[in-house]
Design a protein around this ligand. Structure first.
Ligand SMILES: Cc1cc2nc3c(=O)[nH]c(=O)nc-3n(C[C@H](O)[C@H](O)[C@H](O)COP(=O)(O)O)c2cc1C
Length: 146
């Protein structure tokens, strides 16, 4: 099984999520790459079995500008048989727009036919020990053993 974390990060919070997920999945025998969409390849997920998307949320619930091409490319993908989960950092200060990009990516990923490993997972600012414990539990429960 191969995985990739497609992410964008300005101040490092989503980069930290991407690195945490990469390490946890590698520890579980899932070969995992991370792709920074600031200068990355939006098609890098095409040959992976598990796709993790990690966006920050910007102005009034916008997706990251670095991820617009990737977001739009999802309209044309057939990712039936793949699995995905969206794990994004936002800030609760923004109220109803908290982590809105995480929800928008979750909806967009559904259109590809991929199966959700779990619903959208929102993190307030920097990933903390509670987030890490919840993600470890999720991976232990949902990833194939061995
Ligand atoms: C101008 C600006 C607008 C933002 N708008 C939102 C927002 O609408 N919703 C939200 O949840 N977070 C919002 N944020 C907070 C970021 O999403 C949050 O700090 C996130 O952790 C940044 O991730 P990064 O460190 O990977 O860049 C905003 C931050 C800035 C600077």
């Amino acid at each position: 099984m191969k995985a990739i974390v497609m992410y964008a990060s300005i101040t490092g919070n989503n980069e930290e999520i991407a690195e945490f997920v990469q390490e946890e999945l590698n520890n579980r025998g899932v070969e995992t790459e991370i792709e920074d969409l600031f200068d990355g390849d939006e098609d890098a997920a095409d040959d992976k079995d598990l796709i993790i998307v990690s966006p920050y949320t910007y102005d009034k619930g916008s997706i990251p500008s670095e991820m617009i091409d990737f977001f739009e490319s999802l309209n044309d993908k057939d990712w039936t048989g793949k699995q995905y989960v969206v794990i994004g950092s936002g800030d609760r200060f923004y109220g109803k727009d908290f982590g809105a990009a995480t929800d928008r990516f979750d909806e967009q990923m559904k259109k590809t036919g991929a199966t959700e490993l779990s619903g959208p997972f929102k993190i307030h600012t920097r990933i903390d020990d509670n987030d890490k414990a919840a993600l470890r539990t999720l991976f232990d429960a949902r990833l194939p053993k061995g």
